[in-house]
Design a binder for this molecule. Structure first.
Ligand code: KG4
Ligand code: ZN
Length: 342
């Protein structure tokens, strides 16, 4: 089965063709980062308009790169939520129209299910059951995955998402938008031990997160001290270490609680090398297998949507509810999947 995947939930237009037999056939991405940079954050209306401009050319490019034609598409999977509603509606309307025109099924995909399954696009895919740490710009959660489609949220953030905390801290330090990758780069040459940082919510039980206090602590350090290059790098390094250490402590708790042997990291912050390295070391120490998507599939992309949609389509599911998209949509409301990969 060849599935066209469409991702337009935020500021990246992602398209892919996933073949259930041969794997990923093609993928293409256009990032709107430069368009939004001058505003210091994503402007929803501008995002929607740019998805309209880029989506069809990217679909054509993917078909050409894969040596396929529209008639070869067996089904269309599109992100229906959660995300920016106008942006989601572009992918939903386009995806459903293509499916309707071809007389093929369409599948509404949950963006976070896409992130969660992204490591399965890699050569040595994780096996269920596993615990997933989903860390993106909009979400931070730990999910127990008993089977593909069977998700139990173990904990989530009470305020800012990890990516959001990276972005806001980067903005505070004058690193522009989106700041996550820039802050990570600056942290490489900083001394993480120079300033003390709190590890939020680690000294009490539970698997929820909170990053807003850490953000405030960082703001106070920066605004009340010397604002030189060394201090900026040292604060970046200390902040990053505090986020990474907090995430690792909670992952360890989740692994103990569920007795899982496999940990999966996904979402934009999963591209953070310090986080990847630290979790890899923890995996070695505690005997877990740790899996990640390749870096480009940590952040938003069409491949993860094509893959997640394909799993549901193979199990006979499809979406017949018309042009519906959801700004909010909980992962644990998804129906289970009976059959797995063919
Ligand atoms: O998953 P994603 O592309 O979009 C959402 O679904 O939100 O995640 C984007 C987030 C942004 O907050 C970005 O700053 C963060 O992921 N991010 C990083 C890194 N690369 C992306 N944060 C820290 N270190 C990175 N290397
Ligand atoms: Zn995302």
């Amino acid at each position: 089965m060849i599935v066209l995947g469409i991702e337009t939930s935020c500021d990246e237009t992602g398209v892919a063709l996933y073949d259930s037999e041969a794997g990923l056939r093609a993928h293409a991405l256009f990032s709107q980062v430069e368009i939004h940079a001058e505003y210091g954050g994503v402007v929803p209306e501008i995002a929607s308009r740019d998805h309209v401009r880029k989506l069809l050319p990217l679909i054509n490019q993917c078909l050409e790169n894969a040596g396929l034609s529209r008639a070869d598409i067996d089904a269309v999977a599109y992100t229906a939520g959660p995300g920016l509603i106008g942006a989601l509606l572009v992918g939903t309307a386009t995806g459903r129209s293509i499916a309707l025109g071809l007389g093929k099924p369409a599948m509404a995909v949950h963006h976070m299910e896409g992130h969660l399954l992204a490591p399965m696009l890699e050569a040595d895919p994780p096996e269920v059951p596993f615990v997933a740490l989903l860390v993106s710009g909009g979400h931070t959660m730990l999910v127990e995955v008993r089977a593909i489609g069977e998700y139990r949220i173990l904990g989530e953030t009470l305020d800012d998402a990890a990516g959001e905390a990276f972005d806001k801290t980067a903005k505070l330090l004058g690193l522009g938008y989106p700041g996550g990758p820039a802050l990570a780069k600056l942290a490489e040459r900083g001394d993480a031990e120079r300033f003390a940082f709190p590890l939020p919510m680690t000294n009490r039980p539970g698997l929820d997160f909170s990053f807003s206090g850490l953000k405030t602590h960082t703001r106070n350090l920066w605004l009340n001290g010397e604002q030189d290059d060394t201090t900026q790098a040292d604060i970046a390094a200390g902040f990053q270490k505090a986020v990474v250490d907090t995430l690792v402590i909670k992952c360890r708790r989740a692994m103990q609680q569920t007795r899982a042997q496999q940990l999966v990291i996904a979402g934009g912050v999963g591209a953070n090398l310090a986080l990847r390295q630290t979790l890899q070391q923890a995996g070695k120490k505690y005997g877990w297998k740790v899996s990640y998507p390749r870096l480009e599939f940590c952040t938003d992309n069409g491949a993860m949507i094509a893959f997640a949609g394909c799993q549901r389509l193979l199990a006979g599911q499809s979406t017949d509810t018309g042009l519906q998209a959801f700004a909010r949509w909980s992962l644990d409301q998804l129906p289970p999947i009976e059959t797995h990969r063919s």
